[in-house]
Design a protein around this ligand. Structure first.
Ligand SMILES: C[S@@+](CC[C@H](N)C(=O)[O-])C[C@H]1O[C@@H](n2cnc3c(N)ncnc32)[C@H](O)[C@@H]1O
Length: 331
């Protein structure tokens, strides 16, 4: 971490200012190890350049595994000249509706950053990017932005953010809150860190569509049941077979009307297939992502709108990534 970021951090329990006791400092000026200490003596280690406010992944272990296995597949730079080129940037723009002036030279936070594909979008648009995640994804994110002094990666819990109140110019959370036990509380916590007049964006799994399919719920239950015995191997092999064999077959079959209807039934009820994603690496990652989380809820647009209101947003509107994608302004 760059030492200047100490100014935005605080003790997640007491909200006290933290003092940096640096250990190893890199030639680039980045702090590699040390501690952050509050006035009343709470201590938080900095390990491999990452301030740590939790010491476990809790219910997010599948994501630690996932992002270590596929650290950059969804980064824009990995997709140049490939079928998903531009997708990550378009997705971020459609979800946040943030223009240049909302990002350039601003401090932008992401709650649940994973390996940081969207932090990368913020950086390319000239913003300072701050990413919070609870899982081992933080190791991957830090590697993805090694010497970038304008990126801070923090390991912490959305429900107890280690950030000062009203400190960020904007914030977003993409595909995260439905993996927590209380999405509305998570959104409120994020809004607490955003300045009055700052922008906020949120998207969660919708009630209709792929993530609510019976097939997805069935396979997720099976892989979570097998996890204590076999780890993530069943989910991994399932995802490989689905991405490389089943999805291409289904995509082919969809060309024929009656066969297409049969395959719709099959994917909704029995087999998880992302036949519409044209890049096999994305199909593999996203299949694994759909069938492994311990918590995965689905929601309506009305719910997300209510969470935004309860979190203190005004000017709430549906963004361009489905009914459960919303933006607002902190009041
Ligand atoms: C599906 S991934 C999305 C990552 C990123 N937003 C993206 O779309 O590329 C969800 C992320 O949320 C993180 N997460 C889940 N619960 C969390 C919590 N309570 N606090 C912080 N991060 C959490 C997971 O570790 C995981 O990296």
């Amino acid at each position: 971490m760059h030492p200047e970021f100490v100014d935005i951090l605080c003790c997640p329990d007491t909200q006290e200012q933290l003092k940096l006791e640096a250990g190893e400092v890199m030639d680039s000026g980045m702090v590699y190890s040390g501690e952050l200490v509050s006035i009343t003596g709470n201590r938080y280690p900095i390990i491999r350049g990452i301030p740590r406010f939790v010491s476990q992944e809790f219910y997010a272990t599948s994501f630690g595994y996932e992002w270590k296995r596929w650290p950059r597949v969804q980064f824009e730079s990995e997709n140049i000249g490939r079928p998903m080129e531009g997708h990550t940037t378009r997705m971020w723009e459609s979800i946040t509706l943030a223009g240049e002036s909302h990002v350039r030279n601003k401090k932008i936070v992401e709650f649940g950053c994973g390996p940081g594909r969207f932090l990368d979008v913020v950086r390319r648009k000239g913003g300072q990017a701050i990413g919070l995640d609870m899982s081992a994804a933080v190791e991957v994110a830090r590697n993805n932005f090694l010497d970038d002094a304008d990126v801070l990666i923090v390991q912490g819990d959305i429900f107890k953010p280690p950030f000062k109140l009203s400190i960020f110019d904007g914030g977003y959370t993409i595909g995260v809150l439905h993996h927590t036990p209380d999405p509305s509380k998570g959104l409120k916590a994020m809004l607490g860190t955003i300045k009055t007049g700052g922008w906020a964006a949120c998207v969660v799994y919708p009630d209709e569509g792929f993530y609510s399919y019976l097939s997805v719920r069935r396979v997720r239950k099976m892989t979570n049941g097998l996890k204590p015995l076999m780890g993530y191997y069943p989910a991994l092999y399932y995802s490989i077979i689905s991405a490389y064999v089943i999805s291409p077959l289904i995509a082919f079959g969809k060309r024929y009307k009656r066969l297409g209807r049969f395959f719709d039934q099959l994917t909704e009820r029995w087999i998880v297939s992302l036949y519409w994603l044209p890049d096999v690496r994305w199909r593999l990652l996203d299949t694994f992502d759909a069938i492994t989380p311990e918590i995965a809820s689905t929601h309506s647009g009305e719910e997300v709108n209510r969470w935004m209101k309860e979190a203190g947003c005004i000017d709430i509107k549906t963004a361009n990534w489905g009914k459960t994608s919303m933006v607002g302004v902190k009041s």
